[in-house]
Design a protein around this ligand. Structure first.
Ligand code: 4AD
Ligand code: MG
Length: 458
């Protein structure tokens, strides 16, 4: 179907003005009067609708009437003309109905609540809100690839089905083709007869395989779906989310923190530059001052504080926290939010957490108590990045694994990376949906995913 994207009409308007053009799209709203009708048409390429002006005298009624319906799909030819109110509009000459839209179409009103829209995930991409969110999601993804590709990282595709629980938190979804049967005496017997002849699950992180790739390719990143059977029913947790995990050889914690900060600023800058309509819309509709917030993030340094110092700050805050703060216990969301929203009022890297509350692969500091790890916390959300220098020393790594009762024989390949030419290396994981929430102001992770998967909801 030969037609022009609405985005192109607006951005290259000089080329089209006073010419005949054809556009396709869906009716968002319409107005009718005796001699003239107006349609706001949207084709998904531009957040801004194209206004169609229909002089009813010159058009057959059987062409106009079926088009004046919210949700109807049209192909319209007309003259692209300047307009005082809209910049440009289309004076319609021919209207073809591509798909009628009956009265029970659920998106009749101009504004619907996000809760209602969550009940119709298959229709919400047709709303302005979700058109804007998915435009930003797409652009962020592009900016992420662009950043790594221009900094000599290789994009690697790590397996989705795996046998190892990278984070060791027991949150893996099982992958199996058989059901339990009384003939199996032990779990091992049961797994031995399963599809892979072993216990398998969906990956919680591509890091371990990413490290293996980095050990030859130098700098790599993964960008793919990860899965966690977390029972946290919050606005920030999804069972299926996308993670970006760079792994960098010859880099210590200090180096990777610098990379993470540069990376975050660079993708925010890209989105602000390339999605101005979407950011303006979010600023007006979701988070007042969003544009200014993003420009402050780009132009100022992120804060840094050690976990031990952060515990002191929290204790001295005079705040009544629901969970008490003690050295050795993990920071809760309320603590993270106090640090980033009230104390620093900007993104903050909390570094050097107690080894006991972090994963096995993190490098043990010389105090033998803390690890060279950091979480990046941002206002409004909390953690968006989990990061660490990896334990490159084979013996220390094995002892951290044994302490956690991990079966070393299941990790021989991973351990080989420390046996043959081990190097200092570091990496991080960014949750795609969380950075989308931060950049757009969207409050609920369910509104950043086409089909959110959360506990109790498929
Ligand atoms: O902090 P996490 O668990 O770190 C890792 O998985 C490391 N292997 C990363 C690495 O060093 N390569 O997860 C990383 C990030 C979190 O900071 C958060 O942004 C996001 O992934 N995340 C989730 N996002 C949405 N829903 C969930 N259930 C999430 N769990 C983690
Ligand atoms: Mg984490």
């Amino acid at each position: 179907m030969k037609h022009t994207d609405v985005k192109v009409l607006f951005s290259e308007n000089a080329k089209f003005v006073n010419q005949s053009v054809t556009v396709c799209g869906w009716v968002r709203t319409w107005r009718d009067s005796k001699s003239i009708a107006f349609i706001e048409l949207n084709d998904g390429t531009s957040l801004k609708n194209l206004q169609l002006v229909i002089e009813k005298d010159g058009m057959p009624e059987n062409e106009v009437k079926p088009a004046l319906v919210v949700g109807a799909a049209l192909c319209v030819t007309g003259k692209f003309i300047p307009s005082e109110r809209n910049g440009f509009e289309l004076s319609a000459q021919k209207i073809q109905l591509l798909g009628a839209c009956p009265q029970d179409y659920p998106l009749q009103k101009k504004h619907h609540t996000l809760e209602f829209l969550r009940t119709i995930p298959h229709l919400r991409p047709r709303t302005k809100y979700f058109e804007a969110v998915f435009a930003v999601r797409s652009r962020i993804s592009f900016a992420i690839h662009n950043y790594f590709q221009t900094h000599n990282y290789k994009y690697v595709h790590t397996p989705i089905i795996t046998g190892s629980d990278c984070e060791g938190a027991g949150e893996m979804f099982r992958v199996t083709t058989q059901s339990w049967n009384a003939k199996y005496k032990t779990e091992n017997e049961y797994f031995a007869e399963d599809f892979f002849g072993a216990k398998a699950g969906l990956t919680v992180s591509g890091q371990l395989e990413g490290e293996i790739a980095a050990m030859g390719l130098g700098k790599i990143y993964t960008f793919g779906p990860t899965f966690r059977a977390e029972h946290s029913n919050t606005t920030r947790h999804a069972a299926e989310f996308w993670q970006i995990e760079p792994e960098v050889c010859f880099a210590d914690l200090h180096d990777i923190i610098e990379i993470a900060e540069d990376f975050i600023k660079s993708i925010i800058k890209d989105v602000v530059e390339n999605c101005p309509d979407e950011i303006a819309y979010f600023d007006e509709r979701i988070e007042k001052g969003l544009k200014e917030k993003l420009s402050n993030v780009i132009n100022s340094d992120f804060a840094k504080i050690t976990y031990t110092q952060a515990v002191e700050v929290l204790k001295k805050s005079g705040k009544e926290f629901k969970f008490p703060v003690e050295w050795g216990s993990d920071l809760q969301t309320e603590h993270e939010r106090y640090l980033t929203e009230e104390y620093y009022k900007k993104p903050v890297f909390v570094t050097d957490y107690p080894a006991d509350i972090k994963a096995f692969y993190m490098k043990l500091n010389s105090d033998n108590k803390t690890v060279a790890a950091t979480d990046l916390l941002v206002p409004g959300i909390g953690e968006i990045i989990g990061c660490s220098e990896r334990e490159a020393d084979s013996e220390k790594l094995k002892s951290a694994m044994l302490k956690r009762n991990m079966p070393l024989e299941a990790y021989t390949e991973y351990l080989d990376t420390r046996k043959y030419g081990s190097v200092p290396h570091s990496g991080f994981g960014l949750g795609l949906e969380r950075i989308i929430m931060y950049i757009t102001g969207v409050q609920n992770i369910r509104d950043t995913l086409l089909y959110p998967r959360t506990v109790g909801s498929l």
